[in-house]
Structure formats: structure tokens, C-alpha cells
Design a binder for this molecule. Sequence first.
Ligand SMILES: Cc1cc2nc3c(=O)[nH]c(=O)nc-3n(C[C@H](O)[C@H](O)[C@H](O)COP(=O)(O)OP(=O)(O)OC[C@H]3O[C@@H](n4cnc5c(N)ncnc54)[C@H](O)[C@@H]3O)c2cc1C
Length: 272
Amino acid sequence: MASHFHVPETIEDALRLRRELHGAASFLAGGTEVNNRKAKEAPEHLVWLGRLGLGGITHRDEGVSIGAMTTLQEILESEIIHPAIHQATSNHANRNIRNVATIGGHLGVCRSCADLIPVLLTLGARLRVATDSGEIERDLESWVLGERDGIVLSVEVPDPPGDLRIAIENHSRTANDLSLIAAAVSLRNDAGRVRNAIVAVGGVSRTVIRLRPVEAALDGRPLPARHEVEALVAAHVDPITDIRGSAAFKRHLAATLVERALRSAWNQEGCR
Ligand SMILES: Cc1cc2nc3c(=O)[nH]c(=O)nc-3n(C[C@H](O)[C@H](O)[C@H](O)COP(=O)(O)OP(=O)(O)OC[C@H]3O[C@@H](n4cnc5c(N)ncnc54)[C@H](O)[C@@H]3O)c2cc1C
């Protein structure tokens, strides 16, 4: 169980505390994940990020900046957030959890079935991250798949081009449960051919992943028939069997939901 609660007032102090306490400290945002750990797995020191001025959603010249301590409910209620992010956020647990869970914590945990990561990938989001060697900007995919070191300061979501089509699909056992599969896609319809497709899926791997072979196979062609797209997706996901479902069921679900999202995006009238 945690026995020390630190409240740094600066980013530098938060990083220093974590560095000096080595593995004994964990950053704390909303705490939905950190406070959910078994007592013997809990860190001894908690370093709260709530006094670092990391809240708020602002419109910048070319996109929207979401501070890391912004809660998911604030995202849901924001009028300047992309509608696809709204939709993904509304799938996240329930209002009680969304009132405390933050976007920074969501990226800190990077669950396999994280609801917001697929849609953020399709929108080309980038992260501002404070590290021991200074502030850097990171591609979201490199954060999800690579080393997750430092404090996420904000998520930078560029305004999508007007002809980008985005669709999301998810399935969970109950409205309150984690998603079994969360899928998001974006693409352009270039004179009847798929271009620049991004296909991101959660629940089929250790983290959310982009299905790059699927993206490549779709490029430059009209969207193939349903059974072809589903077979393509099923061949490139490798879920595990767990309490929420068998690997075969999740593979089937991923194929169905990704195909549905692709078709929904494909049939949109070039809108945001
Ligand atoms: C009951 C319950 C239901 C849930 N439902 C869902 C769901 O439907 N969908 C879903 O996707 N997830 C769900 N989650 C998972 C998780 O709670 C959320 O993803 C949430 O957004 C985590 O945010 P937090 O602020 O509570 O994180 P915290 O618990 O405070 O932190 C989580 C991790 O992130 C790190 N961290 C926090 N902030 C930062 C930062 N700024 N930079 C770097 N690292 C940071 C912490 O050190 C910690 O390791 C659920 C969890 C619970 C307990």
C-alpha cells in the first residue's frame, strides 16, 4: 500500500521525485488504475500530477490540445473536440469513472482495449512529454508500442483534412465493462479508391495496434467486399483467450467491427 503522497508544484520536481525514488514511486492522475492495484503490488510513493497545470482543452492554430489531467468527462462535454473522440469517450466505463479518469492516465496505462487510443491514432495525435532530458514531442504510436517514459503533458490532435472520413466501432459485454474490441478507422475516398487508410484496433494485442498490412492491402483500390475485408483483418489479429472471450470470438469480432467501421467511413459524404 502507498505510504507517501507527494504533491510536486513543478514538472521538474515531479520528474526528480520519480527519478530519486526509482521503482518505488508511481505518478498518480485520476487514480482509477493506480488505486485499483492489489495492496502488495501498489507503489510505496505516489507522485500526484494535479498541481502541474496540466488540465484544459484549448484550440490552437492547427488543432486541439488536451492537457494530460483533463478528465474523460471533460473531453465528453467539450464542444471543440472531434465528434469521433466524443463517441469513443462515451464508450469509456461510466460517468463516475470518467469524472476522475484522465487522458494522461489512459495513455500511462495503455490498456490493450483502451477506448480512446484507436481514434487518436486515426487522427494522427502526437504527445508532448516531459522527460529527464527535456520536453519532447512523440508520435502516439511510438508511445503506445515503445518505451513510455516521462510525464505526458498534453495530447495534440491536429484538425483533420475536410475529406478525411472517420468511423469507430466497439463492443463490450455490458455498458460498464471494458471494451472487448475497440476499432477506429480513417480513410480518404479518392475517386472511388481507398487512400491513406489508418486501421487501429484494441483488444487484439498487448496494446492497441495499427493493422498496417490491412492498410496497405486496401490502398489504391475500391473497398473490397465484406467477406474479403473480414478475412484480411482476421488474418492479421492475434487476440488471447481471457475472461472476456475466446481468441476465436475476439478475432471474429475484430474482423466484423473493423469491416463495419471501414464501410461506414467509406459511405460517408466526405465529412469531419
Ligand atoms: C472500474 C474501471 C473501469 C474502467 N473502464 C475503462 C474503460 O471502459 N475503457 C478504458 O479504456 N479504460 C478503462 N479503465 C482503465 C483506466 O481507468 C482508464 O484508462 C483511465 O483513463 C486511467 O486514468 P487515471 O487518470 O485514472 O490513471 P491513474 O490510475 O492515475 O494512472 C494510471 C497510470 O498512468 C500513469 N500516468 C498517469 N498520468 C500520467 C501522465 N500524465 N504521464 C505519464 N504517465 C501517467 C500512472 O503512473 C499510472 O501508471 C477502467 C478502470 C477501472 C478501474
